[in-house]
Design a binder for this molecule. Structure first.
Ligand SMILES: Nc1ncnc2c1ncn2[C@@H]1O[C@H](COP(=O)(O)OP(=O)(O)O)[C@@H](O)[C@H]1O
Ligand SMILES: [Mg+2]
Length: 252
């Protein structure tokens, strides 16, 4: 999908991005002038206290919430001005999203939930199935393929949602607390998969409270009251420890 005009562009860039919720008359500023730049292949963890605007920010990056002002660019293309259907196309083709709530389709099997985005994007059924088998296997869910989402625990549903978001091999993976409901063993599976796809070149922007998750990232961006208060590269530490995925394997 890359064209010459996209080469060298950041995967994501925001310019003075602002979100003010207007509910019940009183304006609530959730994101207050965020300038964020994420390079292709970079893994950025977004941290910060509850209410600091993390979910609002990643929702805007995925077109799930509209901005009040400012700009959002994805691979050199301005997207904050897109309408809902154009966003739907962009999400189908370029952006994978793991929500805090999993949004699985209840009357479809786990396997179909994971394969659907790839099929919608035009992948062959065989390739969609292979990718699904790989992702569910990595996440310890191979034996749940034929289950309905309602038969799964919260943690299992959360991992299915991650598999679904990665099914398309999206240019950018956006995730809002993807390990929020997981015990330590399942968190380790998720970390291993994130490390693996990151090594394969996956761009990731991920909200987390978990230091282990943030430890895999190239950079940690910290939000406070809707503003970036810290934007620290953690690359030097990563270099001395080898690849991100190796770290997880050493620990497991
Ligand atoms: N739909 C909404 N309507 C009104 N206020 C909201 C809405 N969503 C979030 N907020 C407010 O915006 C601020 C940031 O929220 P959020 O982005 O969810 O923070 P975080 O994900 O860091 O916990 C909070 O003050 C929250 O109450
Ligand atoms: Mg949140």
């Amino acid at each position: 999908m890359t064209t010459a005009s996209e080469a060298g562009q950041p995967a994501i860039r925001t310019v003075n991005l602002v979100k003010i919720y207007q509910t019940g008359g009183l304006p609530v500023p959730a994101v207050r002038g965020v300038d964020l730049r994420v390079e292709p292949g970079e893994f950025v963890a977004v941290m910060g206290p509850s209410g600091s605007g993390k979910s609002t920010l990643v929702h805007m990056l995925g077109g799930l919430d509209t901005r009040t002002s400012g700009e959002i660019w994805v691979e050199g293309r301005r997207v904050d001005t897109l309408n809902e259907s154009a966003w739907a196309v962009l999400r189908r083709q370029q952006i994978g999203f793991v929500f805090q709530f999993f949004n699985l389709v209840d009357n479809m099997t786990v396997a179909d939930n994971v394969e659907l985005p790839a099929l919608l994007a035009g992948t062959t059924p065989r390739h969609a199935r292979e990718r699904r088998e790989y992702l569910l296997g990595e996440l310890g869910l191979a034996d749940k393929a034929d289950s309905a989402p309602a038969q799964l625990s919260g943690g299992e549903q959360q991992r299915v949602a991650l598999a679904r978001a990665l099914a398309n091999q999206p240019r950018v993976l956006l995730a809002d607390e993807p390990t929020g409901n997981l015990d330590s063993r399942n968190t380790r599976d998720v970390l291993r998969l994130l490390g693996e796809v990151h090594r394969q070149g996956q761009t990731i922007v991920l909200v987390t409270h978990d230091g282990r998750v943030a430890g895999l990232a190239d950079r940690v961006v910290t939000l406070l009251d809707g503003q970036i208060v810290d934007d620290g590269a953690v690359a030097p530490r990563r270099r001395t420890r080898g690849g991100a995925g190796d770290v997880v394997e050493l620990r497991s």
